[in-house]
Design a protein. Structure first.
Length: 297
């Protein structure tokens, strides 16, 4: 009798535990976009992503965290037209790998602004000490005294079927230093060959919920070093498999919820001159202090 009671008690306990586990499971919330205009980022906003990278033959996998943060900063003074100032946000992107990874951590500093529609304009790229200003490639003939050329790098509102004007710029060093009104030399060119909004019907599931209709954007571009500079920076996270000293190509797909920004991206970066070769990146949002759209019932 005692044995039978013990068995009954055990079975009942297991059933209760299983039922309890089932009750604790939480349904994934479905989040639908409510606007086509990209969020206007505020000082203190941040987005954190989980990152997985795989090398050429998928034999080496690394994991890490990608954080993008926007902070208030002093106005930038145009190094050529010193009477012009730009009100900007400092956008810092930091990729940190887990301790067991041999991959190299990356920090990217960019200075941006947005208009009332959310269009993002890029003015300069930083390395913590110096600024590297943007120019049209055709304006880099010595003595480099043309005004800098801030460029719209992300068009808003976003619309399926639209292709933005390809972004192409040269990054210049030594602008305004030591001679005001002149730049030093071109260190690299960036050429975004394609940035096309191809759809909005693919849902993306993340730890924050299922985003049901983010914009799907196909992209590809290339980074080409110039003039053998000693300076080494990274200007775009999609070229993180190299630096400004390397020729790199990137191509992939990003999914964008306008209320937040990128919620997932797959990117293939190929270093054509360095040692890293081909690296595949998958980044997926896992945290943000930006308010999410209200989940769909």
């Amino acid at each position: 009798m005692l044995k039978k009671l013990g068995i009954i008690f055990l079975v009942t306990s297991i059933s209760v535990l299983l039922s309890s586990c089932h009750i604790k499971q939480k349904d994934v919330e479905t989040i639908k976009r409510t606007t086509d205009n990209l969020r206007i980022y505020q000082p203190g906003n941040f987005i954190v992503y989980d990152v997985i990278t795989r090398t050429n033959s998928f034999t080496t996998t690394s994991r890490g965290t990608l954080r993008v943060q926007w902070d208030a900063t002093a106005d930038l003074l145009d190094p050529i037209d010193t009477g012009t100032q730009y009100t900007v946000l400092k956008e810092t992107t930091t990729l940190i790998y887990e301790p067991d990874s041999t991959a190299t951590d990356v920090t990217i500093i960019r200075y941006i602004s947005q208009d009332s529609d959310g269009n993002i304009t890029l003015y300069a790229i930083g390395d913590g000490d110096d600024l590297y200003w943007l120019y049209k490639p055709e304006d880099t003939t010595p003595p480099f005294s043309s005004p800098v050329t801030p460029l719209v790098i992300f068009d808003s509102p976003i619309a399926v079927g639209s292709a933005t004007t390809p972004v192409k710029f040269s990054a210049m060093e030594g602008c305004g230093v030591p001679t005001v009104g002149l730049c030093g030399s071109e260190i690299y060119t960036f050429d975004e060959n394609e940035f096309t909004i191809v759809g909005d019907s693919t849902s993306i599931t993340t730890g924050l919920g299922e985003f049901s209709n983010p914009f799907q954007i196909r992209f590809n571009g290339i980074n080409i070093p110039k003039n053998s500079p000693a300076i080494s920076i990274v200007g775009d996270i999609r070229d993180a498999c190299g630096t400004s000293l390397d020729s790199t190509e990137h191509n992939g797909i990003m999914f964008v919820m306008p209320e937040i920004g990128i919620v997932q991206m797959t990117n293939q970066c190929q270093n054509l001159t360095g040692q890293q070769g081909l690296v595949n990146y998958t980044i997926t949002i896992n945290n943000t202090n930006i308010p999410l759209p209200t989940p769909t019932p």
